[in-house]
Design a protein around this ligand. Sequence first.
Ligand SMILES: [Zn+2]
Length: 380
Amino acid sequence: MSTPLRTVISPSRYVQGKGAIHQLGEYLKPIGSNPLIVADDLVWGLVGHDIEASLKNAGLPVQREAFGGMPTAREVDRIVEVIKRTGADVAVAVGGGSAIDTVKAAGFLAGIRWANCPTVASTDAPCSALSVIYTENGEFEEYRFFPRNPDLVLVDSQVVARAPVELLVAGVGDALATWLEARATSRSNSNTMAGGLPTLTGTALAQLSWDVLWDNALPAVDAVRDNEVTPAVEKVIEANTLLSGLGFESGGLAAAHAIHNGLTAVAATHGLAHGQKVNIGSVSQLVLEGAPTSEIRDFVEFTTRVGLPNTLTEVGLRADDADALKTVADAATAEGETIHAMPFTVRSADVVSVLASIERFATRVRREAKLPDPVPYTAH
Ligand SMILES: [Zn+2]
């Protein structure tokens, strides 16, 4: 057996700032001469005009394909066909994590380069060399891994600050998990999503993401309520997108994302954002690893203040619904799931116990901190 190797991977270029979208064409030009923009109608209505102007300024043709809304195998194949028909040499996702994951997978299958222009900071999908594919019903189906990260990730902070604040909040949930999972992966010395053992670099970036969010998430969320870009907002966008993106991929995923994937197996959770479900995974992982009570308490208080769910009630589940919890736990502990990167063996029954236990504890912590009780979530 060969010696296990450590590795870190990243996009070729990351660009962030107010008005960055006006330079999208300039940054795309060295990557391709015939871009295909993939954006849904809502996103295109918001930024299409600026993108068109930017591409024209750079002497690039403007072709846009409407994104279907879900990162499914069928939607990926459809975009591959559009790439072939148009002869595009770079696929550009404009929008959120779903459009981005679809374009990465389609660009890879079509054999062209790909770039991302996230209009929200709601997930850490933009920088990675993998896509998460869902079924038509919204259940987790598979991770697809690619040999390259995006050639470009360009984020316009003003565009992100104009989006609904709930999306930034969800991104904070996704990014807080990064350190918890990288820490577990480094303790168990397991392989990361980058296909090797973690480097000091990947693990350190995950921890930096955590520190930046604890210091800046609350003022950033308040600023984005007023659509303002402040230094705290810039830091949180970078933490949610770049630090968490590199941190999860090269630092490793563990229980939090596996429990997220498990939650997608229950229809009651389908209307929730990825980062909201990931936060349930983070609280659960802390309990599962027997973290100090003060650490779990701090996490529940902080995420309540940020506006993230940390009880079953808030994701449409109940502690006494044994069937639903078993469905979640079975999916979370399926073979190949990242929960097996925890530094100890995790069985389905362990996850059921942990999930059932967070309801009462998180509610108590919130009451003691004079924070609001959980509000039940009902899927729309
Ligand atoms: Zn995630």
